[in-house]
Design a protein around this ligand. Structure first.
Ligand code: SF4
Ligand code: SF4
Length: 178
């Protein structure tokens, strides 16, 4: 395991060190004053159990349990929290860093695993659907090309996506079966 080192009461000081490696801006996490503005402005938190302030607090303390919590995967990466944070803490990037650690530890959320598999198969995290899909019909009704100029339209681009998965040893690194 990349990270294993359970410390006192499930706190792991290596977690914050790993997050701080990301960029200079990550150091701002140390100035978090737990005001909760990020939680108050989070659109996902309104409908889920995710509490952004709590995630930042867990990252600072190195609470290992946070890596296994489904809330970690409920952020939509909209960056509203960063816009509102009075201390300019790069909240979204911290959450992504936590997810990266969680992924390497084998704790990827099931829904995210399915999204990754779909991306590998189709080149899209959310596939566009076949000729009978509502999406395609709407494009035709608007006189648009039924298939937009994305990976779905170009089989050679999909091969490149698959190659990237292979070169990066993505599957092996996060112990993903497909
Ligand atoms: S808004 Fe910024 S300072 Fe306030 S709790 Fe969130 S991250 Fe910390
Ligand atoms: S980036 Fe994530 S945590 Fe921040 S406001 Fe958007 S959904 Fe909430």
């Amino acid at each position: 395991m990349y990270y294993k080192q359970t410390g006192l009461k499930g706190l792991n000081p290596r977690m914050i060190n790993q997050i701080l490696k990301g960029s200079e801006e990550m150091k701002r996490i140390r100035s978090c004053m737990q005001c909760g503005e990020c939680s108050a402005s989070c659109p996902s938190g309104r409908f889920t159990a995710m509490r952004t302030r709590k995630l930042i607090h867990s990252a600072l303390l190195g609470v290992e349990k946070v890596l296994q919590e489904p809330e970690l995967w409920m952020c939509t990466t909209c960056y509203r929290c960063l816009e509102r944070c009075p201390r300019r803490v790069p909240v979204t990037d911290v959450i992504i860093a936590l997810r990266n650690i969680a992924a390497l530890e084998g704790y990827i959320h099931e829904n995210m695993k399915n999204t990754i598999k779909t991306l590998q198969k189709s080149g899209h995290a959310v596939p566009l659907g076949g000729p009978d899909s509502v999406y395609t019909k709407q494009r035709i009704a608007l006189n648009l090309d039924p298939i937009p100029p994305t990976v779905q339209k170009y089989p050679e681009a999909l091969e490149e996506v698959k190659k990237l998965f292979e070169i990066s040893k993505f599957k092996e690194r996060i112990s993903l079966e497909w």
